[in-house]
Design a protein around this ligand. Structure first.
Ligand code: TF8
Length: 326
């Protein structure tokens, strides 16, 4: 028996490595790119070189929504991208679009890595995906080329690119902006040409995507925490031996821990860098941020409540209260 296993193992080793692609949308020189490389290294180490993951960045395999289609169809093996573009496939993902839900990244980790994060990931296999882990995109802030956003009125009429996601469109229209959905892959050109006045993303992305070259104003709103999600094609995944699935899952978890640490370290530095690059930074007053928050009430009631379902939304509130009281 031992002999037979040994022979099988060496036969497997002699095989050429199993290669597969891992697509992502930001530049290679970004937090997404760094973590993708760590993920690939871990896959290689843990499999003794038998599994070879090729990270392909800068939306070279397509924008998040295009990659999603390819992954669910089985023509692309893996990707990392925004949960926001996945809402059209799994409506419960809208939970992660809830404005002002988390007070800090620790609360996000707690929900994403806990039962609720798992429950929402559990909806993916029916749609052709396997969800492995959530990475941090981060708290989102506003940039634009027109004026500092100090008050609600300042958003009025601003051509603001938002993700291809219903909640973001409705939320920013409720705040008075002319919110328009667009794939991230097209955003830089739209900001440079003036087709869009502004956008919203974490400091890390504003820096790595060089948005400071077209955007003068950065307004710190932290209006929502965005996760990224690491996805595998279910068609492809189901054909992998269990041991290989475990290796990829383990590598994904290790890369997640690296990614969150790296992203958080970079976020503080990124804000300083953006100031050095000449961006004018402001923070709306507490009163104005509260007005924005209050306007979001009906986004919770009508939009997120409908998509996520009130029982799950209540469970989220309960878990967060429990976490805050601990
Ligand atoms: C966005 C997101 C991006 C992601 C990325 C390309 O604004 O925040 O970070 O979609 O995967 O689109």
């Amino acid at each position: 028996m031992a002999l037979a296993l040994g022979a099988a193992a060496s036969a497997a080793m002699a095989q050429s490595p199993l290669t597969f692609k891992f697509g992502y949308g930001l530049k290679e020189d970004s937090n997404q790119g760094r973590a993708a490389r760590v993920f690939a290294e871990r896959v290689s180490q843990l499999s003794g070189g038998r599994l070879k993951m090729e990270p392909v960045g800068a939306a070279k395999l397509g924008s998040d929504d295009a990659m999603q289609k390819a992954v669910s169809a089985g023509t692309q093996e893996m990707m990392v991208g925004s949960t926001a573009t996945l809402v059209s496939v799994v409506k419960e993902m809208a939970l992660w679009d809830a404005p002002f839900l988390f007070n800090g990244v620790d609360e996000a980790d707690f929900l994403l890595d806990g039962a609720i994060g798992q429950q929402i990931m559990g909806k993916l296999p029916d749609k052709g995906f396997v969800g492995l882990v959530y990475w941090e995109n981060g708290f989102r802030n506003l940039t634009n080329s027109k004026r500092p956003i100090n008050s609600l009125g300042d958003l009025s009429g601003l051509k603001l690119r938002v993700m291809q996601n219903d909640t973001f469109i409705k939320a920013f229209r409720t705040l008075g902006a002319d919110a328009r959905p667009m794939a991230f892959a097209e955003l830089d050109a739209a900001l440079r040409s003036g087709a869009m006045d502004g956008q919203e993303n974490p400091f890390n992305t504003i820096l790595s995507s060089k948005f400071y070259e077209s955007q003068k104003y950065l307004s710190i709103t932290n209006h929502v925490y965005s996760p990224w999600i690491v996805l595998a094609s279910k068609k492809w995944w189901d054909k992998l031996p269990k041991a290989d699935q475990e290796i990829i899952q383990q590598a994904a978890t290790q890369a997640r821990d690296f990614e969150r640490r790296d992203t958080r370290e970079e976020a503080d530095r990124a804000l300083k860098n953006l100031v050095e690059k000449g961006m004018q930074v402001n923070v709306p007053t507490f009163g104005e941020l509260s007005r924005m928050r209050n306007r979001m009430d009906h986004i919770y009631a009508r939009d997120i409540g409908e998509k996520v379902g009130l029982p799950l939304l209540l469970q989220v509130q309960n878990e967060l209260i429990g976490y805050r009281d601990r």
